[in-house]
Design a binder for this molecule. Structure first.
Ligand code: GCW
Length: 726
């Protein structure tokens, strides 16, 4: 592309954006103009950019990103050169694309296919910064990292940064339907406009790709796991192809969900039995057809025999039979199959928390090489807090992918401020204590997922996206941080949630410490606040039926026992909690704890050793049980519910004090949402206390206010139009 028109366009963009309202569209890539002495410092390090000539689309994007970043930061264009012409140049490229980079003999080997290196060094006698990689996409990631440093006020004088991703497949999963409804979506409609594709390729797709590439995401599953076979029809493959064209320049591959019964629904076959030769041939031909249109198609994600989805068990075959059939179809093209472990059945008499493990562990070693089993972080379902899923560590011969939920189905949709970094971090850092993995590697969930423990060939993470057609993408400004932290942790699960929060705050708002410190603090405590006002002490799944909005711990009459909140909390006049310890005398626990490695099982099996945050997840205890504070279990629950509401009030006060640092539009939206959150936290507290008190008849501890309304009031509330329903 000719440089002049591009820069003119970029300049127009910058100047038009500077007067536009801050509606969050620019995300963490907002790149505010840098002022004062810092601007002089930055300018001295990016006086020009040295770009390889030609190169791939991806490399061209890396160059454009650099120039865009520089223009935004300094409101002034940087000259493009072929070799360093002056002090303070930035050299971009790979040894293959750039003779300048090739001449530097950089230590690139350890960076793998996607890593990058950023370092200050003399090039051609001039002081320079080099951003180099083995691959073009590595350079792109390096450019984004460089601007993260620029925009978060880091010194640029002596850079020596290198990084490579810990997992190979770093995906968003969109639960987006073809009619643009997003299941569990709280940010408007799907951004994929299937109706207008392939003729209209919305420029927003490019912005989506940039945002994802900036945090290292390299793939996206476009369609809902509750799948529609139509997404594999020829017309939709054409549409997906057009989308892949928009995402590819940023290193993003596309994937689709595969409805297991598609051979019947689309192909007119009589069966979808995975061992039927006709069915196998149909999938093979379908894969060939997709790859002919989209040569770098990533593969399929499948939800089978779960919540009504068809699957191999409909034909008395196993999950491995189903997955392997699809894996064979995509293998010649280098594709993968991600098979979800989120299976549970009302007919199975065991604890729902045990079922995925029981189903999948016996299949370890029976999946084809290009199958990954995708496991939610906890054994139930994306609750505000769950212990880690016992499958992690229990399938050494099968690559296990992590599935996190970025969209806050169970944490207050997009109006509650809940930074999920600590939730993700807690799951990744959990020590599985399994034996038999690589020596010297602490067997954390992260080390299972990144493949180090068991030497998986493929590794990956998936995050259920919180992206929609709202201008702010994620339904609120602070929900953007959850997309951001997911991507950063998928790249490097060892990063700290706090550091990532700080990075995000600096780029999204300001580097002023008077803002950064309190806002990071507020974010770090926000998830715990939700746990307190919704499901303290290991409670789970008390949300309203279907939509999961608001409290409904009383519900006990749904079609499936394991959809009832009463199934999860098991409160009665004597006590509360789910006994997951061993069964005694035909009574007692579900024995889910025995699915963990022995040391973990011993800990979770012992009331005194169980971390209090999981107390009622693993134990059914009398209301009078003493907890570590010295209070009774009942009093402690009331205290925590109340503390959750108070935490939100504190968040409101913190935010009030931030007015001088934030533009009017974002300040107001965050403040108004916090007010909604405060009201709803109070609702959660009051409804849960009213309900549990109706069962145990106990008084509230001194000084704690009774619920504002009688229980019947809370029970009478209905929300027929709550967003995101199935
Ligand atoms: O959390 C539950 C959701 C369903 C979802 C399911 C799943 C896509 O309530 O909406 O379906 O999990 O993960 O498959």
């Amino acid at each position: 592309m000719n440089a002049r028109p591009l820069l003119a366009a970029l300049a127009a963009l910058v100047f038009s954006c500077s007067s536009a309202a801050e509606d969050g569209y620019d995300l963490w890539l907002r790149a505010a103009a840098i002022k004062g002495a810092r601007a002089d410092e930055v300018r001295s390090h990016i006086s020009e950019v040295v770009l390889p000539e030609g190169g791939s689309e991806v490399l061209r994007c890396a160059g454009e990103e650099f120039r865009r970043g520089a223009l935004r930061a300094l409101t002034q264009d940087v000259p493009v050169e072929k070799a360093p012409a002056r002090e303070g140049s930035v050299v971009l490229g790979t040894p293959a694309s750039s003779p300048v980079v090739a001449g530097l003999a950089l230590p690139l080997q350890s960076l793998g296919d996607e890593g990058y290196l950023i370092r200050s060094q003399i090039v051609g006698g001039k002081r320079a910064i080099v951003i180099a990689a083995n691959s073009d996409v590595g350079v792109l990631y390096g450019v984004f990292q460089f601007f993260r440093l620029v925009q978060s006020g880091q010194p640029l004088g002596a850079l020596d940064v290198s990084s490579r991703p810990s997992t190979k497949i770093r995906l968003l999963n969109h639960w987006d339907n073809l009619d643009q409804h997003v299941e569990r979506g709280y940010a408007g409609q799907s951004i994929w406009n299937w109706h207008k594709l392939p003729g209209w390729v919305d420029p927003r797709y490019t912005d989506y790709a940039r945002a994802n590439a900036s945090i290292g995401i390299n793939g996206t599953v476009l369609t809902n796991v509750n799948a529609n076979a139509t997404s594999l029809a020829p017309a939709y493959i054409e549409k997906a192809k057009a989308l892949s064209g928009a995402l590819r320049p940023y290193g993003i591959r596309i994937y689709l969900t595969a409805r297991f019964s598609a051979p019947i629904e689309l192909g007119g076959l009589k069966t979808a039995d995975p061992l039927d030769p006709g069915v196998r041939a149909w999938w093979k031909a379908k894969a060939d057809e997709i790859y002919a249109a989209i040569p770098d198609f990533g593969g399929f994600l499948v939800k089978a025999n779960s919540e009504g989805q068809p699957g191999p068990q409909d034909y008395k075959r196993t999950h491995a039979d189903g997955a392997n059939m699809l894996a064979e179809a995509v293998a010649p093209h280098g594709g993968v199959v991600m098979w979800r472990a989120f299976v549970y059945s009302n007919e199975t008499p065991t604890d729902r928390a045990k079922q995925a493990f029981d189903e999948f562990v016996p299949l370890d070693g029976r999946f084809n090489e290009n199958v990954l089993v995708q496991v939610k972080n906890g054994a139930i379902d994306f609750q505000p807090r769950e212990p880690f899923h016992p499958l992690f560590g229990a399938m050494p011969k099968t690559p296990l992918m992590m599935e996190f939920q970025i969209t806050k189905e169970y944490l207050g949709f997009s109006t509650h401020l809940a930074y999920l970094g600590p939730l993700f971090e807690e799951a990744l850092d959990a020590d599985t204590r399994v034996k038999g993995g690589k020596k010297g590697v602490r067997p954390t969930v992260a080390k299972v997922v990144d493949g180090e423990l068991h030497g998986y060939k493929y590794t990956g993470m998936a995050g259920v996206a919180n992206i929609g057609s709202d201008r702010s993408w994620s339904g609120s400004i602070f929900d953007q941080a959850n997309w951001y932290v997911y991507g950063r942790l998928a790249w490097d699960p060892e990063l700290s949630a706090r550091d990532i929060a700080e990075e995000w705050v600096r780029q999204t708002f300001t580097n002023d410490p008077a803002f950064v410190k309190p806002v990071v603090e507020m974010m770090m405590g926000s998830r715990e606040a939700v746990v307190d006002y919704m499901t303290p002490l290991g409670l789970a799944h008390l949300m309203g039926t279907g939509h999961h909005y608001g409290p409904a711990p009383w519900v006990n009459d749904l079609g499936r026992a394991d959809w009832n909140p009463t199934y999860y909390h098991r409160a009665d006049a004597n006590g509360i909690g789910f006994d997951r310890g061993p069964a005694k005398d035909g009574k007692g626990g579900s024995d889910a704890i025995s699915q963990y490695a022995p040391e973990v099982a011993r800990q979770f099996g012992d009331v005194k050793k169980t971390p209090e945050q999981f107390l009622l997840w693993f134990h059914h205890l009398p209301w009078s049980h003493r907890v570590s504070s010295g209070r009774s279990l009942w009093d402690e629950l009331v205290v925590r519910y109340t503390r959750g509401v108070e935490s939100v009030a504190k968040m409101q006060a913190t935010w009030e004090g931030m007015k001088p640092f934030v533009d009017e539009e974002r300040f107001k939206q965050v403040g108004d949402y916090l007010a909604i959150q405060h009201e709803e936290a109070q609702w959660w507290r009051d409804a849960c206390i009213a309900y549990f008190q109706s069962i145990n008849k106990l008084p509230l501890p001194d000084g704690y206010a009774p619920p504002k309304h009688p229980l019947e009031y809370y029970k009478s509330l209905r929300f027929p139009y709550a967003p995101g329903r199935t």
